[in-house]
Design a protein around this ligand. Structure first.
Ligand code: AP5
Ligand code: MG
Ligand code: ZN
Length: 216
């Protein structure tokens, strides 16, 4: 089962991707997580990406396309994969088509998680992420059992550098200008399934399961 999760910042892509990973046992490929890892390790890629990320802008297409191409060729993607946060531009979507063609694969479904803008901001400013395992929490909707500490691994919870309100506004603007057109791109291919992202985390996952059970 080869999936794309579409949706604005804070729509719940990462949260749902992790639930899909545990139920369907296919890997999550989050370009945002991969870039943050490179930033934390201070690799050349990380240093370059950080400037864009801190401004709420997209990292250049060539950079992310290269990362995803390499990742999709790994053996654990044989049984399927969940793309989270990629593609984000028309150029990336076209590059993905080419990569998949070369690998003899195709996308089964594009899940579009829709959440209105005011809710996005509320979600993002209260998000906390585990430094060690990447688990995602929300101070109100999904709080950790012990403040500041990850339930799963005990790691320290932190706020992402790009989760400040001004940067979130810019990320929403970038999403509308560059990523939203992909809904149309994939609708024309008959691949889009819309999900109401304002429901609870479990409620959204119920909707997604109904869609995915057709492909699993
Ligand atoms: P990325 O990390 O992909 O950020 P994003 O797309 O803005 O999405 P988020 O990770 O912020 O949100 P999410 O949808 O995963 O929501 P989550 O599940 O965490 O990208 C960051 C940056 O990297 C970009 O700005 C760009 O610079 C660069 N980048 C990445 N990919 C790129 C690409 N392909 N091309 C170029 N540049 C790229 O949930 C959010 C919060 O809400 C959490 O606290 C969660 O607990 C809570 N929550 C989730 N679901 C619910 C619910 N149903 N009800 C209540 N609360 C909920
Ligand atoms: Mg995410
Ligand atoms: Zn953790």
């Amino acid at each position: 089962m080869n999936l794309i999760l579409l949706g604005g910042p804070g729509a719940g892509k990462g949260t749902q991707a992790k639930l899909i990973v545990s139920k369907y046992n296919i890997p999550q490929i989050s370009t945002g997580d991969m870039l943050r890892e490179a930033v934390a390790k201070q690799t050349e890629l990380g240093k370059k990406a950080k400037e864009y990320m801190d401004r709420g802008e997209l990292v250049p297409d060539e950079v992310v396309i290269g990362i995803v191409k390499e990742r999709l060729a790994q053996p654990d993607c044989e049984k399927g994969f969940i793309l989270d946060g990629f593609p984000r531009t028309l150029k990336q979507a076209e590059a993905l088509d080419k990569i998949l063609e070369e690998l003899g694969k195709k996308i089964d479904a594009v899940i579009n998680i829709a959440v209105p803008e005011d809710e996005i901001v509320k979600r993002i400013v209260n998000r906390r992420t585990c430094k060690k395992c990447g688990a995602v929490y929300h101070l109100i909707y999904n709080p950790p059992k012990e403040p500041g500490k990850c339930d799963k691994c005990g790691g320290e919870l932190y706020q992402r550098d790009d989760d400040k309100e001004e940067t979130v506004k810019e990320r929403i603007r970038v999403y509308k200008a560059q990523t939203e057109p992909l809904i149309d791109y994939y609708s024309k291919k008959g691949l889009v399934y819309n999900v109401d992202g304002t429901k609870s985390i479990e409620g959204v996952f119920e909707e997604i399961k109904k869609i995915l059970d057709k492909f699993a």
